[in-house]
Design a protein around this ligand. Structure first.
Ligand code: NDP
Length: 500
């Protein structure tokens, strides 16, 4: 359910392509957020008490409801973000896949299991289980307004928590609809609520003492503010932030496939993708052929709001200035625009821009651009490509195209990122079983997969003594002889040298 508000103020969500008002939503103030958290606390206890099987059924029904409303959701995402309807459908399908996986795997990953106690504690029965935290606050971005928050919402709910979701002010309707669909299958308690508003609403959620964890997705700058607010109550946080991801193209790569994937990675969703390709490093001998394929394809792309458009407008008006600055900065420093140029920035659209000869220290290479622009660099070999890829404070994801499996795996392992996709773009995002998250300025903690489920729990260790051992070492009745015997045993077990 979305929260009924007593607040007097409202804000409008706008269609970024047309400027038309999509809907008006309440600005939930600190009091309204507090009330939502209080309701969630009670709902969390009820949800937790339902048990694994009942929660699984409810979440699978939530999935069914979302699937039946897929087109309605996609149209709303299209209107609020401006992205093509098909991209919005694809995003919703990915969200559905994650919801399905989280619902079906929660008990297996988190439920009680026996652990071997070891020789010293052989008389103990040991149980490990992962318990829900209580109330999880989810703060989401606008660029993938259902896929991204669902990576936290589905996993937090499946782990037995209640969720209070604050969507971006640019995509509040998606959050409201999501909570409505959930309430239709779980009408008893407000287990998933959406609070709408601006940054301050997110701030109120992060600083509320009743929140047991914050799952934040957004910019690194805001993540730091959210962490500071959370520090007040020692509230833990998982932070999914921005990136400056690279695509590496090896000399023996399938260049058609590489150009196709890199272009999609760079330009789809108008380049507003946290794991989007922002830099391409191509090994010398493949550079000319690759660039020619990439530019041929890029020239065909047209932004717009119609059904045939390749991608939509820039969703957040403030981003236009950043994109323009990065292009101008690169050109001022001697770069060449092989597709588009400074004139490609035409509010609210940015036409495709492909830049070459961009200095490594320019903002187009160092900062997250979040637009349909790409810098292409010639490197002498994979080592130089990797070195340049890793020369960023971000570390979210990356792509490698290579004809050599072993070489690609080696580079993937050494890439400083949370995820790497070989010979495809961002395949890991579609695999619900794999964890998603970054390193460095791209954040910490993981959503998706088993790690994503555990992220919203606390491990609980329980031991039960099955029988008393003859030697009780943790008793004041312990004798010297018993201690000597145990020391002898430890020596036998652990003192030896191991040979290779
Ligand atoms: P922002 O950081 O601007 O906002 C993210 C969320 O935080 C929004 O809901 C926003 O609300 C809220 N917020 C703003 N100020 C505060 C505050 N002081 N306290 C609490 N919450 C606050 O990011 P964007 O929405 O612009 O998203 C784009 C960024 O997200 C990019 O950097 C992108 O790379 C990253 N991203 C990362 C992903 C990942 O998984 N790693 C996935 C998708 C995006 P409001 O909108 O109302 O201001």
């Amino acid at each position: 359910m979305s929260v009924a508000t007593e607040s007097t103020s409202t804000f409008e969500s706008l269609n970024p392509a047309t400027g038309e008002v999509v809907a008006e939503h309440p600005v939930q103030d600190e009091k309204a957020v507090g009330e939502a958290v209080e309701r969630a606390r009670e709902a969390a206890e009820w949800w937790q008490a339902l048990g694994w099987k009942e929660r699984r059924v409810r979440l699978l029904n939530f999935k069914g409801s979302l699937t039946r409303n897929l087109n309605r959701m996609a149209e709303l995402i299209h209107e609020e973000t401006g992205k093509p309807v098909q991209d919005a459908q694809l995003e919703t399908i990915m969200a559905i896949t994650h919801l399905d996986w989280a619902a079906k795997n929660a008990q297996k990953v988190l439920g009680p299991r026996s652990v071997f106690p070891g020789m010293v504690a052989i008389n103990q029965k040991c149980v490990l289980e992962y318990q829900s935290l209580g109330v999880v606050g989810v703060i989401g971005p606008w660029n993938y307004p259902i896929f991204t928050p669902m990576g936290s919402i589905a996993y937090a709910l499946a782990a037995g928590n209640a969720v209070v979701f604050k969507p971006s002010e640019f995509t509040p309707g998606v959050g409201v609809l999501l909570a409505e669909l959930f309430a239709a299958v779980v009408p008893e308690r407000p287990v998933l609520q959406t609070v709408t508003g601006l940054g301050a609403t997110g701030g109120a959620l992060a600083s509320h003492p009743g929140i047991n964890k914050i799952a934040f997705t957004g910019s690194t700058r805001t993540a730091k503010k959210v962490m500071a607010a959370c520090a007040e109550n020692l509230t833990p946080i998982v932070a999914e932030c921005g990136g400056k991801d690279a695509c590496i193209v090896d000399a023996d790569a399938d260049l058609d496939a590489a150009a196709d994937a890199a272009l999609w990675g760079a330009m789809s969703n108008a380049g507003q993708t946290c794991i989007g390709v922002e830099r391409i490093y191509v090994v010398d001998s493949a550079y000319d052929a690759f660039l020619s394929k990439l530019t041929d394809k890029a020239k065909d792309l047209r932004p717009g709001f119609d059904r045939e458009a390749a991608y939509g407008p820039i969703t957040m008006p403030g981003q236009m200035d950043i994109i323009e600055r990065h292009i101008k900065d690169a050109l001022d420093q001697g770069a060449t625009a092989v597709v588009g140029g400074a004139e490609s920035v035409r509010k609210p659209y940015v036409e495709p821009v492909v830049l070459t000869g961009v200095p490594d220290d320019s903002s187009a290479v160092c900062e997250e651009t979040f637009g349909p622009t790409i810098t292409v660099h010639k490197v002498k070999d994979l080592e130089e490509a990797l070195e340049k890829t890793n020369k960023t404070n971000y570390g979210l994801a990356g792509t490698i195209f290579s004809g050599n499996k072993a070489r690609a795996m080696d580079v993937a392992r050494r890439m400083r990122s949370g995820m790497t996709s070989i010979n495809a773009f961002a395949a890991f995002a579609q695999v619900a079983a794999l964890p998603f998250g970054g390193v460095g300025e791209s954040g910490f903690g993981r959503i998706h997969g088993a790690d994503g489920l555990r992220e919203f729990t606390r491990p609980k260790a329980i031991t039960r003594q099955r029988f008393a051992v003859p030697m009780n070492l943790t008793s004041f009745s312990r004798t010297e002889k018993e201690m000597a015997r145990i020391l002898q045993m430890v020596n036998m077990l652990h003192a030896k040298h191991y040979k290779r």
